[in-house]
Design a protein around this ligand. Structure first.
Ligand code: FAD
Ligand code: DHB
Length: 392
């Protein structure tokens, strides 16, 4: 098989890249290890920045998001027994939309298939070859097994959109890349609940028992998270224990109550910050979680995947339309500027909102003072809001 751009991974990064390239007349094939059913049902992110919404709208895949997504003009921070609202719209002129990642995936898969795009699901043994091929003499290639047959795609470029555990990043020789990373001593326990939302806007809560987050998925489904031990197991958490923990962390004496309902999904995610630099090796480019991970506190992961592939699609367009490699040369540096700002924001939010078991009494007081500053100072609220909506 032969194509212009071989894309490994059908997450938001790979699917959107394939779609953006198609809109510019550039051919691609997407390889995905999982089934269509699986990728369309995996519960992950929920928050889209205004810039991500604009990219999806401009690409013609925003119709359902506009109809079914919930536009949020503000966000709340709860600590010390009180809730404080940060008005995103007033401070930045921008907002966020809560629209689940798997719905974005459903929209992108539908758009690719409607346009005759090729997504090869359930591929096995994916391996990259000749990524340091000289142009015009050799081509990079991806080999894989599909429907029991060994296959190979030759392409001009290979794009690794295969997430943190994929095969693309390790294909860059270890001595030619630098990995920056930090793991956190806690994880998030996430649940989906059949009930009306408890709040019109997201609530990020700092509490001595640990962080908690109230989000939504639809008018009948809530998404709730709470800080937990990353090595804990969902079986240790009965529904009653989960509700007791969430009530303790979220409710104060202001009369606000968390709605309970049937819990129909439970999971624990670990938390890390990670950046691989550069995000390119010769004819291989990385985008999304394949190149970087943020802890979920800043809600940046899916948004970074979207902004990476927007940049990369523009660079590939310049290459194919004008024969210029400038955009490709600059891709890694340009993407990394935004990525490091999101890494900073996600780390800052994580540090400010979670309970660190080894924090000294002094550090706990300073952490609280930082939150007080953020909500009391218009300048600090604005800085938080700008980062949260991605206003740069
Ligand atoms: P992925 O979505 O990981 O997609 C990679 C794809 O590649 C997968 O489908 C995988 O099956 C496939 N693959 C892997 N290996 C191979 C291979 N060898 N060959 C072929 N295919 C392969 N981000 C936000 O912006 N906002 C949020 O609110 C938010 N909340 C989150 C909550 C949770 C619980 C989690 C887990 C994540 C959250 N994130 C959030 C992060 C966000 O989900 C990720 O950053 C996003 O999925 C990255 O997209 P991606 O396309 O780069 O990678
Ligand atoms: C959601 C996830 C996040 O990481 C976050 O910061 C806010 C909301 C969510 O899944 O709804």
């Amino acid at each position: 098989m032969r194509t212009q751009v071989a894309i490994v991974g059908a997450g938001p990064a790979g699917l959107l890249l394939s779609h953006l390239l198609h809109l510019n007349g550039i051919e691609s094939i997407v390889l995905e290890t999982r089934s269509r059913l699986d990728i369309e049902a995996t519960i992950r992110a929920g928050v889209l920045e205004q810039g991500s919404m604009d990219i999806l709208n401009d690409a013609g895949v925003g119709e359902r998001m506009r109809k079914e997504g919930a536009l949020h003009h503000g966000v709340e921070f709860a600590f010390g027994g009180r809730r404080h609202r940060i008005d995103l719209l007033e401070l930045t002129g921008k907002a966020i939309t809560v629209y689940p990642q798997h719905e974005v995936i459903i929209d992108l898969v539908a758009a690719r298939l409607a346009a005759g795009g090729q997504i090869l699901f359930e591929t096995g043994e994916v391996a990259l070859h000749n990524i340091d091929a000289q142009r015009d003499t050799e081509r990079p290639a991806v080999s894989f097994v599909h429907q029991g047959e060994a296959r190979r795609i030759e392409a001009d470029f290979v794009i690794g959109c295969d997430g943190f555990h994929g095969v693309s990043r390790p294909a860059i020789p270890a001595n030619l890349r630098q990995d920056f990373q930090r793991t956190y001593p806690f994880g998030w326990f996430g649940i989906l609940v059949e009930s009306a939302p408890s709040s019109d806007e997201l609530i990020y809560a700092q509490h001595e028992r640990g962080f908690a987050l109230v989000s939504t998925r639809s008018p009948t489904v809530q998404r709730l998270y709470f800080q937990c031990d990353p090595k804990d197991h969902v079986d240790n958490w009965s529904d009653d224990r989960i509700w007791a923990e969430l009530h303790a962390r979220l409710e104060h004496d202001d009369g606000w109550k968390l709605n309970e309902g049937r819990i129909f999904q439970k999971g624990i995610i670990g938390m890390r910050s990670f950046v691989c630099a550069p995000m390119r090796h010769k004819r291989l480019f990385l985008a999304g979680d394949a190149a970087h991970i943020v802890p979920p506190t800043g809600a940046k992961g899916m948004n970074l995947a979207i902004s990476d592939v927007k940049l990369l699609s523009q660079a590939l367009e310049r290459f194919y339309k004008q024969g210029s490699e400038d955009g490709l040369e600059r891709y890694s540096d340009e993407a990394l500027k935004r990525i490091w700002r999101a890494e900073y924001f996600s780390w800052w939010m994580t540090r400010m909102l979670h309970t660190f078991a080894d924090a000294s009494p002094f550090e706990r007081q300073v952490q609280r003072a930082e939150l007080e500053n953020v909500v009391a100072s218009r300048a600090m609220s604005t800085a938080l809001a700008e980062n949260y909506v991605g206003a740069f």
